[in-house]
Design a protein around this ligand. Structure first.
Ligand SMILES: [Zn+2]
Length: 454
């Protein structure tokens, strides 16, 4: 047999351990993982040159802005950044214009994605104040899960009241879909924002002060209680706060199905950087005081935190650099910088490569019911592969990013590693930092658990 693609001369990170050699692909799937001499010949051969083959990274939290805000990002630019960042599947958030709150809005976004995507994608449906009756249709038409904004953020989607939120969790449980929450207590932060504004504060730290830890602690607690009551599967987005970790551990001990993500900016930056970076680092939730990050790293190592996502939130440089912190919009791009930044920390010994594979690919694939089609390098899985060079010194440069948003708080960060080739279902989509092939190769992913149920 001749395979369509063979990657050889590397080390493959498989669920069973490291395998010296490579893998073979027929069509879109992996058909062999073996030592070089045991691999079949391939029509196309990639020499890995001693580098590591990792399962393609799954980023559970990106904002690609299309439809409606294409001047910030669109599916083609966002997924080009993903491909160049070693990411093979993205899960995209519903705060676009229109928000992904109805079957019609979902269909519109699906058309945009099908046209532009270079990598595979799942699309979140909104769980909002006014669309309870749309949830079943959104599930039917293939959303990966639901997103609930408990606190207002970019897009100004009103937080659902508790009654709506609980009923929506009950419906999500029946539909077999996980609910992702932006967990910040809206009342507390709106009041603090008003007070800080009234006091004339416009400096960057005012943003951090307006969203204290209690906002996260209260909202995660409430979301966990509702999920437990409703029997729903819960996902806590972009956790920044060490005080939430014991809540997650206790919930799991009671049997609540809760997963949680953190992001590179919470692991590598803090409120101490807010003065230096100012509005560029404005993000919801905010970066926390020094000391939170160490606890988040520990949580990532011990499994309290399941995964790394980026909350890729592109805006224009102008929108990000307004001197009044309340006018500078929250968020920055991240889908292209996460893999080099995190692998650099792996090189520093903060995380094993095995655990990195878990938090970047296997664990998100399990949470969103895509495993082992996604998130594993083994026979039968989709051939989603990222070849990484763990000895590639360089630095992060906003100007070199493929996102439309050429601004990052990681500007000038030294990196020790980078993805050098990204493969989605057997097709090379990035080589040596350059996107390869046409847009539109990306396909939608839907949760297998739900497919099995219907
Ligand atoms: Zn987000």
């Amino acid at each position: 047999m001749t395979a369509d693609l063979v990657i050889r001369g590397g080390t493959v990170m498989t669920p069973q351990g490291r395998v010296r050699g490579g893998l073979a692909v027929a069509g879109e799937r992996i058909v062999a993982v073996a030592a070089d001499e045991a691999l079949p010949p391939g029509r196309e051969v990639i020499e890995a040159g001693g580098r590591y083959l990792l399962p393609g990274v799954i980023d559970s939290h990106v904002h690609f802005r299309e439809p409606g805000l294409e001047y910030k990002e669109d599916w083609e630019s966002g997924t080009t950044a993903a491909a160049c960042g070693g990411v093979t599947t993205v899960l995209e958030m519903p705060n676009t214009r229109p928000p992904t709150a109805t079957v019609e809005a979902l269909a519109l976004k699906q058309r945009c994605a099908a046209r532009g995507a270079r990598v595979d994608y799942g699309i979140f449906g909104l769980l909002g104040q006014d669309n309870l009756d749309a949830l079943a249709g959104l599930a039917e038409h293939g959303v990966i899960g639901f997103k609930c904004y408990m606190g207002e953020t970019v897009g100004a989607i009103p937080a659902p009241d508790d009654g709506v939120m609980l009923e929506a969790f009950q419906r999500a449980a029946r539909l077999g879909l996980r609910v992702a929450v932006h967990a910040e207590n809206n009342g507390i932060m709106q009041r603090l924002i008003s007070r800080l504004k009234a006091a004339g504060r416009t400096d960057p730290l005012a943003h951090v002060e307006s969203r204290p830890e209690i906002c996260a602690v209260e909202a995660v607690t409430r979301a966990v209680l509702f999920a437990e009551w409703a029997g729903a599967a819960l996902h806590v987005c972009h956790e920044s706060c060490k005080d939430v970790l014991p809540i997650l551990r206790a919930a799991r001990q009671r049997g609540v199905d809760v997963t949680a993500e953190t992001c590179p900016h919470y692991l590598l930056l803090s409120s101490a950087d807010m003065g230096r970076l100012g509005p560029v680092l404005r993000m919801n939730p905010p970066v926390r005081a020094p000391g939170h990050a160490e606890a988040l790293w520990a949580g990532l190592r011990d499994g309290t935190l399941d995964m790394i996502a980026t909350d890729h939130s592109p805006h224009t440089v102008e929108e990000k650099t307004l001197p009044d912190i309340w006018h500078a919009v929250s968020g920055f791009p991240g889908v292209e910088t996460a893999v080099p930044l995190m692998l650099t920390e792996v090189q520093r010994g903060r995380l094993t490569l095995e655990r990195y594979v878990e938090v970047s690919a296997a664990s998100p694939a399990r949470a969103w019911s895509l495993y082992p089609r996604k998130g594993a390098l083994q026979v039968g899985s989709d051939a989603d592969v990222v070849i990484v060079d763990l000895d590639a010194p360089g630095e992060i440069r906003a100007a070199a990013l493929h996102s439309k948003s050429k601004i990052t708080p990681f500007e000038g960060f030294k990196i020790a590693a980078r993805p050098v080739c990204t493969i989605v279902r057997g097709r090379v989509v990035m080589r040596d930092g350059v996107p390869v092939g046409p847009a539109g190769w990306g396909r939608p992913v839907t949760p297998a658990a739900r497919a099995a149920r219907s």
